[in-house]
Design a protein around this ligand. Structure first.
Ligand SMILES: NC(=O)c1ccc[n+]([C@@H]2O[C@H](COP(=O)([O-])OP(=O)(O)OC[C@H]3O[C@@H](n4cnc5c(N)ncnc54)[C@H](OP(=O)(O)O)[C@@H]3O)[C@@H](O)[C@H]2O)c1
Length: 295
């Protein structure tokens, strides 16, 4: 069993979590819609993650919808005292699996209650407001109204901490005038580095940065350099991609998603992978290489 303590910890809200966490989106059915093909395998992945020391799980009630949260509850409830479950709100799913913005006061409030019920919690540890102004990436625009609703729900004691997802630096700065923001969850990986400056700024302010699609998401990262470095280090390309993120900044928390026990073990074994400086320098250049797939 890997010792994931070696990857270190970072403060998420009022608790230190291990930097190697787990993203639960892959536990729903194809297209993040409906039940998984193998529910027992999904339960086993979650239990193994926690047994290996993972104490940060990312989810949403719109994965499935509801399916992922129900599986988390079945696998892990009553939850270990140190487990931080982070969820996100602001979308609902159409009957065809489409992602529909759900930003009104009523929709955001019922999303918080749905997450509480399906996870079996009285209070949600961290809720990310996921901007739907752009579906595939951040788009400028005011998030004041929905964030004010979430801050009201926090004052009511239903939410402990608030984060933002799919947002611009301006939206984060504006948001911090409304409530404390403890984490930002945006698309970022070895080949998709739009947030480089933002990550460093958040690190200076002690705010966690949680990259989604750390392995490329629906289009897995592919690069000759990544493969060469992996071969040299006797690791897999996905392990090297995660190790690079751990080296990139101390406030980066990893939530790679997988429905496979073998992949979970491979991802957590990254705690033991040391990236030499010359490998790091080569990997750093991937983001500007046009031959690298940019998911
Ligand atoms: N805020 C947002 O808008 C947003 C958007 C997307 C995702 N998220 C969150 O971010 C988390 C991570 O993103 P993600 O799951 O979409 O993408 P990801 O972690 O970049 O990649 C997941 C994909 O990589 C595969 N994989 C995982 N480990 C692997 C390994 N060791 N070797 C080879 N393939 C491997 C998975 O397939 P297998 O199942 O076969 O392992 C899956 O297809 C999600 O789980 C979710 O919690 C947030």
């Amino acid at each position: 069993m890997p010792n994931i303590d070696k990857s270190g910890t970072f403060k998420l809200g009022d608790r230190n979590v291990r930097r190697l966490g787990y993203g639960a989106m892959q536990l729903a059915g194809p297209g993040v819609f409906g039940p998984p093909k193998d529910r027992d395998a999904a339960l086993a992945v979650l239990r193994e993650a926690v047994a290996c020391g993972v104490n940060h799980i990312d989810t949403s009630d719109f994965y499935g919808p509801h399916v992922t949260n129900q599986i988390i509850r079945e696998a892990l409830h009553p939850y270990p005292g140190d487990l931080v479950i982070v969820t996100k709100i602001s979308a609902r799913r159409g009957d065809d699996g489409s992602w529909i913005p759900a930003f009104s006061r009523e929709e955001l409030t019922s999303a918080v209650h749905d997450n509480l019920r399906h996870l079996g919690l009285d209070v949600l540890d961290v809720v990310n407001l996921r901007s739907m102004l752009g579906i595939h990436g951040p788009v400028e625009g005011s998030l004041e109204a929905p964030l004010t609703v979430l801050a009201d729900l926090q004052r009511q004691g239903l939410v402990r901490h608030i984060g933002l997802s799919n947002v611009t630096p301006k939206q984060i700065a504006d948001g911090r005038k409304i409530c404390e923001i403890v984490c930002v969850q945006n698309h970022y990986n070895l080949a998709h580095r739009d947030d480089d400056a933002l990550i460093d700024a958040l690190a200076r302010d002690g705010i966690a940065y949680v990259p989604y699609f750390p392995l490329g998401g629906f289009s897995p990262l592919q690069s000759a350099t990544l493969s060469e470095v992996a071969t040299r280090l006797r690791a897999t390309p996905m392990q090297v991609a995660l190790a690079w993120l751990l080296r990139r900044a101390p406030n980066i928390l990893l939530i790679p998603g997988t429905s496979s026990l073998a992949h979970l073990r491979e991802n957590l074994a990254v705690a033991d992978l040391v990236l030499p400086d010359d490998a790091l320098a080569r990997l750093d250049r991937i983001g500007s290489d046009p031959a690298t797939s940019r998911p």
